[in-house]
Design a protein around this ligand. Structure first.
Ligand SMILES: [Zn+2]
Length: 271
């Protein structure tokens, strides 16, 4: 599943090249998670001003309205001067004066949604509950701790919920908790202020490192340049059940939390 670093790497790979492009047409494949919300022909003649990211959404600001793109479980974007005819898993094409943007999404949990503005109901529904961006100034250790104190759920599940800090998905939550020495099942409310500060730092470190490497290891991910975008994340715990901890040698344990697998070291990570 593309997580925040992959989405940001995707954004950087085409944002500069599509900015200023005039839309010549758009076409849809099979239905995605949510409907586009307008007739594709209505996009013709509009201009792409810039591409921003909020959480795991890419926001294509147009001169009128915006397109919100989510890659879902298996989506990837391609942007090139010309692309082959759409295949069975290509579900959104945007032809512009500077190239063609395509959403490829075999599992179709992704979406492209049009909204008149970020404040329109369609956009608010998707963006309204997102927490602060982990790599921006709004993510501050003291406020992070204050927010965690109000939550009884496990710290891992609170991170995944995304309403305190956005974009810390399963891989990065597991890795950050390991780096901070925190047991994933610990109630968020029971985290001391110094431990919350360590976790705050670890989240930023883990995401920044992943961004530098261009995202993590993902079968379905490719950057919008159409090149393979696979970058091996040297995971400390994620997907390493039974293997020795890189710090202490204990066997990494896999725990089910909610519907998700959490990986942790029973010696390095404490309650
Ligand atoms: Zn360990």
């Amino acid at each position: 599943m593309p997580e925040l670093p992959e989405v940001e790497v995707t954004r950087r790979s085409f944002a500069g090249r599509i900015a200023g492009a005039r839309i010549g047409g758009a076409s849809l494949g099979k239905p995605l998670r949510w409907p586009l919300g307008l007739q594709p022909a209505e996009l013709e003649g509009r201009t792409v001003l810039q591409v921003r990211r909020r959480g795991k959404y890419l926001l294509l600001d147009l001169d009128r309205g915006l397109l919100l793109i989510h890659l879902g479980m298996s989506g990837s974007l391609a942007f090139a001067s010309s692309l082959p005819a759409p295949g069975p898993h290509d579900h959104f094409d945007l032809q512009t004066s500077q190239g063609q943007l395509r959403l490829h999404d075999p599992r179709r949990f992704g979406a492209v949604v049009w909204a008149e503005s970020e404040h329109a109901p369609q956009a608010r529904k998707l963006l309204g509950k997102l927490g602060v961006e982990p790599l921006e100034d709004g993510f501050e250790a003291g406020r992070f701790w204050e927010a965690l104190r109000r939550r009884r759920a496990s710290i891992k599940q609170v991170l995944l919920a995304g309403d305190i800090v956005v974009g810390v998905g399963n891989i990065y939550a597991s890795e950050a908790l390991f780096a901070a020495g925190i047991h994933p099942a610990l109630s968020a409310a029971r985290l001391s202020r110094p431990r919350a500060a360590r976790l705050h730092h670890a989240i930023q470190e883990v995401l920044a490192r992943a961004l530098e490497r261009g995202g993590s290891t993902l079968r379905d991910f490719s950057s919008a340049e159409g090149q393979a975008g696979h970058f091996q994340l040297e995971a400390s715990v994620y997907d390493r059940a039974g293997q020795p901890c890189r710090v202490c040698g204990s066997a990494i344990v896999c725990l089910r939390q909610g519907q998700r697998s959490t990986f942790f070291c029973p010696s390095c990570q404490t309650r």
